[in-house]
Write a protein that binds this ligand. Structure first.
Ligand SMILES: Nc1ncnc2c1ncn2[C@@H]1O[C@H](COP(=O)(O)OP(=O)(O)O)[C@@H](O)[C@H]1O
Ligand SMILES: [Mg+2]
Length: 319
């Protein structure tokens, strides 16, 4: 559903003594978020999460690489892509002297929604975010958790299939955090794909189906949560290489029962994974991969442990 390809952003900054005039905020990110997932992007402050999301939403132009959402190139067709995306920024302004429904009404008009549909769209957004009891409340009197929900309500007014949320849980107390998680889970069950960031892994761990770890603009690990969290998974280590990154290799492999701990390398043309099976099963996997259209150009057994591969990845050696 969301596809990042060598996504790179370099900011120009004022050069100061000893520091260059550029900041490499994201460095050749390759990532696939499948439809129906809650995909978490985790990383410390400054890792490049916000930069990544802004490029996904077409609010920031990549220095190199590209993003597609539902097959639409975000840079080439930002408006078409944005129809598929609801975005909640890390900081957003609310208007204290508006009521909850007035705020949504204001944005429905600003988004030039069809007049006849607006009332139903507002009801939908209010209902999804559990804001019914606050419909007539002034924004000034809302708790932080309720404000956050209102921000998301605004983002889903146009009923997009994809939600992109930048640190929605930050600053919330445990109860509000829990409620937000439940609302997001419910929306996910109802079919929405969610791409969400946090600088706290535990925020995302129990909610996400997949996770990617970002450090200093580089992807350290990505995959199904149970695989990413268990680098000491049993099985032989296998590396598969593609001629070009035209096939969602990590995603495809991650969906197979005999494959776990999928670690993408540098650019997504190669991955290492743990494989439970013998040579015959591996030959079968390769045949299926080729039949699925992957431009395979190599398969090899890797002798080192995944732990070692992970630590090499996290120090950036492989990139
Ligand atoms: N507008 C900008 N101009 C210059 N540098 C920026 C800008 N926005 C972010 N950066 C830098 O890019 C890096 C990534 O920032 P950001 O994407 O905000 O990370 P995160 O959201 O993970 O905290 C940081 O080093 C940050 O200082
Ligand atoms: Mg951020």
């Amino acid at each position: 559903m969301i596809h990042l390809e060598n996504l790179t952003k370099e900011y120009d900054v004022m050069p100061t003594a000893g520091k260059p005039g550029q900041v490499l905020a994201t460095d050749r990110l390759n990532l696939d978020v499948a439809g129906g997932e809650i995909f978490g992007l985790v990383g410390p402050n400054g890792a490049g999460k916000t930069t990544t999301l802004k490029m996904v939403c077409g609010l920031l132009v990549p220095t190199a690489g590209r993003v597609t959402v539902n097959g639409i190139d975000v840079e080439r067709q930002p408006e078409a892509a944005q129809k598929h995306i609801g975005y909640l920024a890390d900081f957003f302004a609310l208007y204290d002297d508006l009521k909850v429904w007035e705020y949504l009404d204001y944005f429905a008009h600003a988004y030039k929604m069809e007049e006849a549909a607006i009332a139903a769209r507002i009801d939908y957004a209010i209902g999804e975010m559990g804001l019914e009891p606050k419909r007539e409340s002034y924004i000034a009197g809302l708790s932080r958790g309720m404000k956050q929900r209102l921000g998301i309500a605004r983002a889903i007014l146009h009923d997009p299939p994809v939600l992109v949320l930048d640190e929605p849980a930050s600053g919330l107390d445990p109860k509000a955090r829990h409620e937000l998680k439940e609302l997001l889970r419910a929306m996910n069950r109802a079919g929405k794909t969610i791409f969400i960031t946090s600088h706290v892994l535990s925020d995302l761990e129990e909610m996400c189906s997949s996770i990617a770890i970002l450090e200093k603009g580089k992807l350290v690990r990505a995959g199904k949560i149970e695989h990413v969290m268990r680098p000491d998974t049993p099985g032989r280590r296998v590396r598969i290489k593609l001629a070009i990154a035209s096939f969602p290799l990590a995603d495809w492999l991650g969906a197979r029962p005999e494959v776990s701990a999928v670690v993408p390398e540098g650019n997504f043309t190669s991955v290492v994974f743990a494989f439970l099976g013998g040579d015959a099963e591996l030959a079968d996997l390769v045949a299926k991969l080729v039949a699925a259209g992957a431009p395979m150009c190599g398969v090899e057994e890797v002798s080192e442990s995944l732990e070692k591969i992970f630590s090499r990845l996290s120090t950036g050696e492989i990139m």
